[in-house]
Design a protein. Structure first.
Length: 260
């Protein structure tokens, strides 16, 4: 379904979201990527029915799937929030141009009732979690304590530093850290950005919110240097989008105002 098709069938998008199971699936995926069995538990419906509705959502580009790099038998599902947002505003525009304004600030935090502590985890703490740490720190205006670590820490990859510089964020002073340094500390959110790290994530005190973003490892991309760098740049761009929606979540959950 494209935006142009919505001009002739403006209710199609809302019909898709209007089904109870599909709405529950999208809600479950709104902040974390999940396996089918986790989605079955989340919506309390048979697996064949969940698979049917996931296929409907995939067919319309609202949900993506890819195999876990930790276990190829497992498939992760994730929501494409940019696609949902695009179709939502296109549907509103089909009713009247004044109904929806597609410009929503995904910008720096302005106010915060309490300082949040966030920990990003991946395997080597060389790219994905370093990128996430740098982006959130730059956009949180000092109101979020953000850290990153790896289950098997290595070194920050130069291409990660270069890709971040391209989007205006300097992570040249960041360094890789072991997950062991943070065991026993209290965090508000533990965000795994690697399938392997999710499988090996320990339990932290204080009942933090656990979130998983299933990002492929740019370090595993082979071939020419420009192709390898493209993987790092795409990771940075996609992580920036995820962080933007995370800020909106913070705004709603923790009384944060997002700066215009």
């Amino acid at each position: 379904m494209t935006s142009s098709s919505l001009n002739s069938e403006p209710l199609e998008f809302f019909k898709l979201l209007g089904h109870g199971i599909r709405w529950q699936l999208l809600k479950a995926l709104s902040t974390t990527d999940l396996h089918v069995r986790e989605l079955v538990e989340a919506v309390n419906q048979p697996q064949n029915l969940v698979s049917y509705h996931l296929r409907k959502l995939r067919d319309h580009g609202l949900v993506d799937e890819h195999r876990s790099i930790a276990d190829s038998r497992e498939v992760y599902y994730s929501i494409d929030l940019d696609r949902v947002r695009e179709l939502y505003f296109a549907t509103g525009q089909a009713l009247h141009p004044a109904v929806c304004n597609g410009h929503y600030a995904l910008d720096q935090l302005k106010n915060l009732d309490k300082k949040l502590r966030i920990l990003f985890l991946c395997t080597h703490n060389s790219a994905r979690s370093q990128i996430a740490e740098g982006i959130l720190r730059s956009r949180s205006n000092g109101l979020v304590e953000v850290f990153s670590a790896g289950t098997e820490p290595g070194q920050v990859h130069p291409m990660a530093v270069q890709a971040m510089a391209e989007i205006g964020v300097d992570i040249s002073d960041q360094h890789s850290k072991s997950l062991d340094e943070f065991i026993g500390q209290r965090f508000d959110y533990i965000i795994t950005v690697c399938d392997r790290a999710r499988e090996n994530c320990p339990v932290f005190p204080g009942d933090p919110v656990y979130v998983h973003w299933s990002f492929p490892d740019p370090l595993e991309v082979g071939g020419r240097e420009e192709l390898r760098y493209y993987a790092f740049r795409q990771t940075a761009v996609q992580m920036r989008t995820r962080i933007g929606y995370l800020l909106i979540h913070f705004q709603r959950q923790h009384g944060i105002a997002v700066a215009k």
